[in-house]
Ligand binder design. Structure first.
Ligand code: ADP
Ligand code: C5P
Length: 244
């Protein structure tokens, strides 16, 4: 069979003409590195495809009454702060083409909204964004492409102070204390070590238009190959690597 480079099905016959599996992209990086901004730019440029964004933040566990009392002692940057089983289930369903209900998290009171959910429909591309989306190997292994947004720590802290005081109901002192006590150590212990799993590292986040253009081109190529597979089901492909 002919060989076409660039897709993720290694040496196996490609999909028949059944429904194609969505393309799953993971976007990680430190707090306020520009993950959401990068995702929004990708979604905007992929306007002719159905793309959904899932935030790992939505899967923060709600605090118990006792934890709420000592919220300044709570480490929101540790992997255990997330309900990863629920996140996994959600991505598995989306991969199978099913719609899911994603919890809505409120950063001002550290709780999930108990009544409402955000309905996320099946789509061609699923983007999963969050500080620790590469931490759990089961979540990581569901990704077809992994992006790490790499922004200097001083810029991230400056952005975080602004964002958390304006949007998340915090004061400057509490942001600085939390950063020194939990955010920075957890970045070093849990986030930075997962950078090695990235296929693409984007310096300067949303300012890096060249990187975002290249990523979008790559996704388009992959989606095009899926379509090609439907037309030529006997075509085989080899895996390629992609780095900026
Ligand atoms: P993350 O999702 O990694 O936490 P965001 O994309 O939400 O990061 O960005 C964090 C904050 O920094 C937001 O308030 C956003 O408006 C701001 N921000 C993001 N990218 C830039 C940029 N390139 N220049 C200036 N501000 C930015
Ligand atoms: O959007 P961003 O990636 O910055 O979100 C992750 C950050 O949110 C973590 O660094 C964590 O400290 C913070 N967080 C918080 N309060 C919560 C939940 C998360 O400050 N209730």
């Amino acid at each position: 069979s002919p060989i076409i480079g660039g897709a993720s099905h290694v040496g196996s016959p490609l999909a028949d003409d059944g429904p194609r599996q969505p393309f799953v992209i993971g976007v990680s990086g430190g707090t306020a590195s520009g993950k959401t901004t990068v995702c929004d730019m990708i979604i905007q440029q992929l306007h002719d495809h159905r793309v959904v964004l899932v935030n790992q933040d939505s899967f923060y566990r709600g605090l118990t009454a006792e934890e709420s009392e000592y919220v300044h002692e709570y480490n929101f940057d540790h992997p255990d702060a997330f309900d990863t089983e629920q996140l996994l289930e959600c991505i598995e369903k989306l991969r199978c083409g099913l719609a899911v209900n994603v919890p809505i998290y409120d950063f001002t009171n550290h709780r999930r909204c108990s009544e409402s959910f955000r309905k996320v429909n099946a789509s061609d591309v699923i983007i999963l964004e969050g500080i620790l989306v590469f931490h759990d190997s089961r979540v990581r292994n569901m990704m077809d492409m992994k992006i790490f947004v790499d922004t200097d720590a001083d810029i991230r802290l400056a952005r975080r102070i602004r964002r958390d005081t304006v949007e998340r109901g915090r004061d400057v002192n509490s942001v600085l204390e939390q950063y020194a006590k939990f955010v920075k150590p957890a970045f070093d212990d849990f986030v930075l070590p997962t950078k090695k799993y990235a296929d693409v590292i984007i310096p300067r986040g949303g300012d890096n238009h060249v990187a975002i253009d290249l990523i979008v081109q790559h996704i388009r190529t992959k989606l095009g190959q899926h379509d090609l597979c439907k037309i030529y089901p006997n075509v085989y492909v080899i895996q390629s690597t992609f780095q900026i």
